[in-house]
Design a protein around this ligand. Structure first.
Ligand code: AMP
Ligand code: GLY
Length: 423
C-alpha cells in the first residue's frame, strides 16, 4: 500500500514514524517532507499548498491513501480534489475544514448548538467594532476571522490596545482577507488542554489529552510561538472532565457538523479551556496539532494506518482504538532568535547518541539533509520526545535527550511538562 503524507514539519514526521510501524508495511511518501522525514519516506518536491501538484502525483503514482495534515491545503479543498479524482484521502473536505478556517463560522456553530464557548460579537465594520469596545470589560480578545498563522488573536489589556488591534486587522489588513470581519470575545481564564479526536462523522474517538507551552521562554514568558513543547496526558483532564466534554462538546460538535450538511471526517482538534464555570471551547482545528501530535501518537497502540482507512471509509465504529497508560513529553529545540529572526543551515550533532535510547525519538520540524549531516532549516528545528511510565519520568528522559544534541545558538525551554495543576 502506498501512502502519501502532505506537509513537512514535526507533526508530519510523527505521523510517518507511526505509519512506518504499521504491520501493513506501507510504502511512504511525503510532500514536501524534511530532512528527518527523508529517512522514513520518499520526499517529493511538491509544496503542501500545491493542490493540483499533489493530486497529479497521487494519481500518477497510484497512491492508495493521501493524508492531508496541515490546515492550508485542507482549507483549499485538497481532500475534495483528491476524492473527485477517485483517490482516497484522510482529512476533512473544504466545507468541514471551515470549522478552523472561519472563526465566525465556529462561533456561530457553537452558539446555535449550545456548545460552551466565550461570549462574543462579530463585526464587519471597524467603527461599530470600536464603539462596541468602549463598553466591554478588559482584558478582551480581538480575533481576525480567518487563518492568520496563529497570529490573528490579540488579547487587549485596555481600550487603546483593542482599538489598535481592530484597526490593524480591518483597516491596515495586516492579515489580508482573514481580517474582513473581527470577532470580539470575552476573555476567559484557565489552563488550556488540547484533545484531538478521530471521527468519520458517525463515531468519534478522542485521543489522549495534551497540553502545550506556547511562549518562547520559561515560566510562560516571551513571545507566542508555534509551540515550544508539549506533554501528554494533561494532569487536569480527569475522567469526570472527559465525560463532561464528550457530552457537552465532542459529540454535539460532530452532530452539529452533520446537521449543517458539513460532515467532518479526519482529526477534529478541540482547544479547550478549563474555567471555573466548566470546560469551554477556545478553538477548533481541522487537523492534528503541532506539537501535540508528537506526544499523542507515541502513546497510540492501534495501527494508525488502519484508523486512517477506517475514517476514510466511514467504518471507524467497527474498530477500537487503544492507548498506552504512560506519558510522553516533547521538548522543542529551536534556533536562537525564534520566533523572530534566526539562522538556518547550522549543522546538528548528537542525534544518533540521543536516539540510541529507545525511549527517545527525535521528530524533525525544520531540518534538511546535506549528505549524511542534518542542518537546521527552520525556527523550530527538532522535537525531542520521550515516553515514560509517568510525566516525571518522561520529562527527565526528554531532557536527557536534549542534552545530547547540539547546534549553534540552540534555544529550548527547561520547564516543559511542569505546568501548575490548578484551574
Ligand atoms: P485561537 O487562535 O482562537 O486558538 O487563539 C489562540 C490563543 O489565544 C488561544 O490558545 C488562547 O491562549 C488565547 N485565547 C483565544 N481566545 C481566548 C479567550 N476568549 N480568552 C482567553 N484567551 C484566549
Ligand atoms: N499547537 C497548536 C496547533 O497546532 O494549532
Amino acid at each position: 500500500m502506498k501512502v502519501l503524507v502532505v506537509g513537512g514539519g514535526g507533526r508530519e514526521h510523527t505521523i510517518l514514524w507511526k505509519l512506518a510501524q504499521s504491520p501493513q508495511k506501507p510504502e511512504l511518501f511525503a510532500a514536501p517532507g524534511n530532512g528527518g522525514i527523508a529517512k522514513l519516506a520518499k520526499c517529493v518536491d511538491i509544496k503542501a499548498t500545491d493542490v493540483e501538484g499533489v493530486v497529479k502525483f497521487a494519481k500518477e503514482n497510484q497512491i492508495d491513501l493521501t493524508v492531508v495534515a496541515p490546515d492550508d491545503p485542507l482549507m483549499l479543498g485538497m481532500v475534495d480534489r483528491l476524492e473527485e479524482a477517485g483517490l482516497k484521502a484522510f482529512g476533512p473536505r473544504q466545507n468541514a475544514a471551515i470549522i478552523e478556517g472561519s472563526k465566525v463560522f465556529s462561533k456561530e456553530l457553537m452558539k446555535k448548538y449550545g456548545i460552551p464557548t466565550a461570549a462574543y460579537e462579530v463585526f464587519d465594520d471597524s467603527a461599530k467594532a470600536i464603539s462596541y469596545l468602549e463598553g466591554v470589560s478588559y482584558p478582551t480578545v480581538v480575533k481576525a476571522e480567518g487563518l492568520a498563522l496563529g497570529k490573528g488573536v490579540i488579547i487587549a489589556a485596555n481600550f487603546e490596545e483593542a482599538k489598535a488591534a481592530v484597526e490593524e486587522i480591518m483597516c491596515d489588513k495586516v492579515f489580508g482577507d482573514a481580517g474582513s470581519r473581527v470577532v470580539i470575545e470575552e476573555f476567559l481564564t484557565g489552563q488550556e488542554v488540547s484533545v484531538l479526536a478521530f471521527t468519520d462523522g458517525k463515531t468519534l474517538y478522542p485521543m489522549v489529552s495534551a497540553q502545550d507551552h506556547k511562549r518562547a521562554y520559561d515560566n510562560d514568558e516571551g513571545l507566542n510561538t508555534g509551540g515550544m513543547g508539549t506533554f501528554s496526558p494533561s494532569r487536569l483532564y480527569t475522567e469526570a472532565i472527559h465525560n463532561e466534554c464528550m457530552e457537552n462538546i465532542f459529540m454535539p460538535t460532530m452532530k452539529a457538523m452533520n446537521q449543517e450538511g458539513r460532515t467532518f471526517k479526519g482529526v477534529l482538534y478541540f482547544g479547550l479551556i478549563m474555567t471555573k464555570n466548566g470546560v469551554k471551547v477556545i478553538e477548533y482545528n481541522a487537523r492534528f496539532g503541532d506539537p501535540e501530535t508528537q506526544v499523542v501518537l507515541p502513546r497510540l497502540k492501534t495501527d494508525l494506518l488502519e484508523i486512517f482507512l477506517a475514517v476514510a471509509e466511514e467504518r471507524l465504529g467497527e474498530m477500537t482504538v487503544e492507548w498506552a497508560d504512560n506519558a510522553a513529553v516533547c521538548v522543542v529545540m529551536a534556533s536562537g532568535g525564534y520566533p523572530k529572526e534566526y539562522k538556518k543551515g547550522l549543522p546538528i550533532s548528537g542525534l544518533d547518541i540521543a536516539e540510541a535510547d529507545e525511549a527517545i525519538t527525535v521528530f524533525h520540524a525544520g531540518t534538511k539533509l546535506d549528505g549524511e549531516t542534518f542542518l537546521t532549516n527552520g525556527g523550530r528545528v527538532l522535537g525531542v520526545t520521550a515516553v515514560g511510565n509517568d510525566l516525571e519520568a518522561a520529562i527527565l528522559k526528554a531532557y536527557e535527550g536534549v542534552k545530547k544534541i547540539h547546534f549553534d545558538n540552540v534555544h529550548y525551554r527547561t520547564d516543559i511538562g511542569r505546568k501548575k495543576e490548578t484551574i
